[in-house]
Design a protein around this ligand. Structure first.
Ligand code: GLN
Length: 595
């Protein structure tokens, strides 16, 4: 890949273009500018909302960590599952432009609906069957929970062994054994319904928007046009510019004005994205049009069908939230059986599709085709591991930022936990051009790593990012909070990892696939990310910390919980990366020269 900087040594091949009849944008078809801004504003909405979601669930709705991170994982899983169908429908019937417009409207409405969160849920605690009100007060800059006992405020202090002390000033008024205080939240089911409806609308809308705007970018370039990769790099910049600004602004509004304002800004950004494609002033004329086919216009039934999926997703979310925790020792089958319907559906399809497609390719393809498919499948499976770790960002890492990170920047000002999400976008914007130059420089010396090596590096780095944070956590003082720079360091390492895997993955799979099933393989790639989001939710659930009123009761316990999980997944991913590195010469052979 290359970037459009003057320093770039590789000039784009635009020899087939007659400059007299085509205006260009940075040497690219000018339509790219409109797609860039449309996607930038869409991601503005998407990531702005994502930066808020987990905190909204734990603080406004007072869900426990397990429920909040599970729901977050389910939401992002569906967000990555729907492009499979949205892409197909656009391909066959709607055309990409119409699909993008419809998706934009649905997503914008979804964010808008999120503004209606109602009054904050009331936290409470049950002790020996009796329910007590819980109040959250800010003490010395920290949100602290108090139990209201006959009008008296008792500070809830968690101990390292999980027991709880109710403190009256400095004296222990009452001691409770582990599990003796059961936290809860009194929330209005109507607003939970609104929340789940909004999430359903966004996940359906994203399926129409996200894959199809990317396909439109691809449409701008003729087969063999060398500018294509650069075009996608520029587009990736748009994605991260949008997410950069929204991840700073939406949490800021949520903190200073209210949750509704943060979500409202996401909705406005998304509506702006819609207006850019809806009123394109003819700029996108001739691109993303519906396929020419006989027969009735299917657009309206498709729109209605999509709206009908909203209640189905709603049902899947409810089912997910009601799923019982897995029983340890029930084996892999028992484990899958205990998953929510969504989990069964995702895992089931993935576990069946991977071997089935391979068996099919062995039967219909020759040895070369089979080996190429095998290489693609290996990447798809390793892809699950990468995104599972990477996607802790919006859930466990955001909660970690909220609880165990000192969010003061140079001791001058404090950023909010949701705002820490902007690091990834910022580092992508900084590193993408550098990495492009690096790959180019290596390529000129015939040293550019192969795709499996890049995948392996990504896995090692994503694990290393967590180990880096754990290292920082080993040095904390009595506050049990790591300096924000450790978190920033993790995001820097993760962003470099993302650049090793994300821009190359999908195009690689399409190149390795047997032509007849390339669409299915693209679908499988998205499915692998979707499965990863779900698993990411499960991992974040393992990192759950006991909270009362959305706040942890003991910072040391929460730090230990996070570091244990991050340590385990960090090493696991790094080792899996090393295994892939060892396998890479073999996989490269199976790729038969595809780069
Ligand atoms: N950050 C990129 C985007 O939002 C890639 C995310 C992904 O593929 N999981 O498009």
């Amino acid at each position: 890949m290359e970037t459009p900087t003057e320093a770039s040594p590789v000039e784009p091949d635009i020899s087939h273009i007659n400059p007299a009849d085509e205006k260009t944008w940075f040497g690219h078809p000018r339509q790219l500018a409109r797609l860039f801004t449309t996607e930038m504003w869409e991601r503005f909405g998407f990531y702005g909302m994502r930066a808020l979601l987990t905190l909204y669930l734990t603080k406004h709705f007072v869900f426990g960590d397990r429920e909040a991170t599970g729901l977050y994982g389910g939401y992002t899983a569906l967000v990555y599952l729907t492009p499979l169908i949205g892409g197909y429908l656009a391909d066959q019937y709607l055309g990409f432009k119409r699909a993008v417009k419809f998706g934009a409207i649905l997503m914008s409405c979804g964010y808008f609906v999120l503004c209606f969160g109602g009054p904050a849920a009331k936290p409470y605690a049950t002790i020996e069957g009796q329910r007590y009100e819980v109040q959250i007060e800010t003490v010395a800059g920290e949100e602290t929970q108090f139990l209201v006992d006959h009008g008296k405020l008792l500070r809830i202090k968690g101990n390292e062994d999980g027991s709880i002390a109710l403190m009256d000033g400095a004296t222990v008024a009452r001691s409770l054994p582990k599990g003796g205080l059961v936290p809860g939240g009194e929330r209005n089911p109507f607003y939970v319904m609104i929340l789940l409806t909004a999430l359903s609308m966004i996940s359906v809308g994203n399926g129409f928007f996200k894959p199809n705007i990317s396909t439109m970018v691809g449409e701008l370039y003729a087969v063999g046009d060398r500018r294509r990769d650069t075009g996608f790099t520029i587009f990736y910049m748009g994605i991260n510019l949008g997410s950069f600004f929204s991840q700073l602004l939406c949490p800021l509004l949520a903190d200073t004005v209210g949750w509704w304002a943060g979500f409202g800004l996401a909705a406005i950004g998304m509506a702006f994205s819609w207006s850019l494609i809806q009123f394109d002033g003819g700029k996108l004329k001739g691109y993303g049009d519906p396929p020419v086919r006989d027969g009735p216009n299917r657009a309206i039934p498709i729109y209605i069908g999509a709206l009908c999926v909203v209640p189905i997703f709603y049902f899947l979310y409810v089912n997910l939230m009601n799923a019982e925790p897995q029983v340890p020792g029930s084996g892999i089958i028992g484990y899958i059986a205990s998953l929510s319907l969504m989990g069964k559906m995702l895992f089931g399809t993935f576990i069946i599709a991977v071997p089935a497609i391979l068996i099919w390719s062995a039967r219909v393809g020759d040895k070369r085709e089979f080996q190429m498919m095998l290489a693609a499948m290996v990447m798809i499976v390793f892809n699950v591991v990468f995104w599972t770790l990477f996607e802790q960002a919006g859930s466990s890492l955001t909660l970690f930022a909220d609880r165990n990170t000192d969010l003061y920047v140079f001791g001058l000002f404090r950023i909010s936990a949701g705002q820490t999400q902007f690091f990834n976008a910022a580092f992508i914007i900084i590193c993408a051009p550098i990495m492009s130059l690096l790959w180019n420089a290596l390529a000129r010396r015939n040293l550019e790593p192969s795709v499996p090596v890049k995948f392996a590096v990504a896995l090692i780095l994503v694990g290393a990012g967590f180990l880096f944070l754990v290292w920082g956590a080993s040095m904390v003082g009595p506050t049990f909070k790591v300096a924000i720079w450790w978190l920033a360091g993790l995001y820097l390492i993760h962003s470099v990892a993302e650049l090793c895997i994300s821009p190359v993955g999908l195009s690689m799979v399409t190149k390795l696939s047997i032509v007849r099933i390339v669409g299915m393989m693209m679908g499988l790639w998205f499915l692998s990310i979707s499965v990863a989001q779900y698993v990411a939710g499960i991992v974040a659930q393992v990192a759950s910390v006991e909270t009362v009123g959305g706040q942890v009761t003991n910072l040391q316990v929460s730090l230990n919980t996070y570091t244990n999980v991050f340590w385990t997944i960090g090493w696991a991913s790094a080792l899996i990366g090393v295994v892939l590195l060892a396998l890479s010469p073999l996989i490269r052979k199976w790729m038969h020269g595809v780069q």
